[in-house]
Write a protein of this length. Structure first.
Length: 336
């Protein structure tokens, strides 16, 4: 169903971090941007569709004052809002927001170390655009910071802090399809495996809280009112966003899942894990019963590679990209 295409060379390899790949498709242009994180820097690569032309940029973690050690980045992701696109970086020190090409930093938010118990790691992780004009970012204390984003300029503010989690945030995702009424449009996940579904607005409202079952949820997506969650035990679980009801459970991988992605126009789900496999699934709702259904479509083995990032390159899911730990390239696959 998919075949390997020309890969994209990186200036440095990718770190073993959850969701360590972001893809920005530029509308109307045969060009896509890719980003992966390693140590204090993020690789940003613009690549032509034919795989022949590349341009590279490296961004560094900001220290946020008189730091004595280099700050380590934890994630990089493009946030697409109706009025603008920002590249958001999270690190041990704080949160940086850049114009989409990484050329200008428009905002810096330092993390408050006093919020964390002594000896606990401090970092931000989990990035998503929500509600048309917000960017949500998680922290190691379990807080989710909601930033209000103006149409242009640098007047970015923290408009709200969501406080339902008690463990470090692992991932945040926004609704990618058409959410049913009351289903919510944002989901947050943490190290314990707890999920929270929110309705974004002037004030964010908690709609459902899905309890942990003893396993970290490392990656989460939200599509047509369905929460797709990937776990450390290799399972993918599908929940109703509005109620938190478990709809399906798949033993998808033999090892820890590091990343999920969803193609909003088709309901294809992409999963990548430590077991070197990338799987493509198809989500749907049974028109008669409204049950959530999942079907396996494709498997790809990335030999001897701990997969740490997977992303579709288009809304239909006809192509996808993969990163792996210590891999100095981004692998690309397209429909045969």
């Amino acid at each position: 169903m998919y075949r390997k295409e020309k890969s994209i060379q990186l200036k440095s390899s990718s770190a073993a971090l959850y969701n360590n790949l972001s893809v920005l498709r530029l509308p109307g242009r045969q060009l896509a941007c890719f980003s992966t994180v390693h140590g204090p820097s993020v690789n940003v690569v613009s690549a032509a569709a034919d795989g022949l032309g590349f341009s590279h940029r490296q961004l560094q973690a900001k220290e946020g004052g008189m730091a004595v050690s280099t700050s380590i980045l934890t994630q990089a992701a493009w946030c697409v809002l109706p009025s603008r696109v920002l590249l958001v970086l999270t690190s041990q020190k704080g949160i940086q927001m850049y114009e989409s090409d990484g050329s200008i930093m428009v905002y810096w938010h330092a993390l408050d170390v006093t919020e964390h118990p002594p000896g606990q790691a401090v970092f931000a992780r989990g990035i998503a655009a929500a509600g048309g004009r917000f960017i949500c970012v998680g922290t190691s204390s379990g807080l989710v910071l909601v930033f209000g984003i103006p149409h242009k300029g640098t007047n970015i503010t923290v408009s709200e802090v969501l406080e339902q989690h008690h463990d470090a945030i692992t991932d945040i995702a926004a609704e990618l399809g058409q959410a049913p009424d009351g289903a919510g449009d944002l989901v947050t996940a943490d190290d314990s495996g707890t999920l929270c579904v929110w309705s974004a607005g002037e004030e964010f409202t908690l709609l459902s809280k899905i309890p942990a079952f003893g396993c970290t949820c490392s990656s989460v997506k939200l599509w047509n009112g369905v929460v797709a969650a990937g776990y450390g035990n290799g399972q993918i679980r599908l929940y109703e966003a509005a109620t938190g009801l478990l709809r399906a459970e798949v033993n998808a991988h033999a090892r820890w899942i590091y990343a999920l992605d969803l193609a909003p126009e088709t309901g294809k789900l992409l999963s990548g894990a430590e077991d070197s496999f990338v799987h493509v699934w198809k989500l749907s709702r049974n028109p008669d019963t409204n049950d959530v259904e999942i079907k396996h479509c494709h498997a790809e083995c990335v030999t001897d590679t701990q997969v740490c990032g997977v992303r579709f390159c288009d809304p239909e899911g006809t192509s996808f990209a993969v990163t792996g730990y210590d891999l100095s390239e981004i692998l690309r696959y397209g429909q045969a």
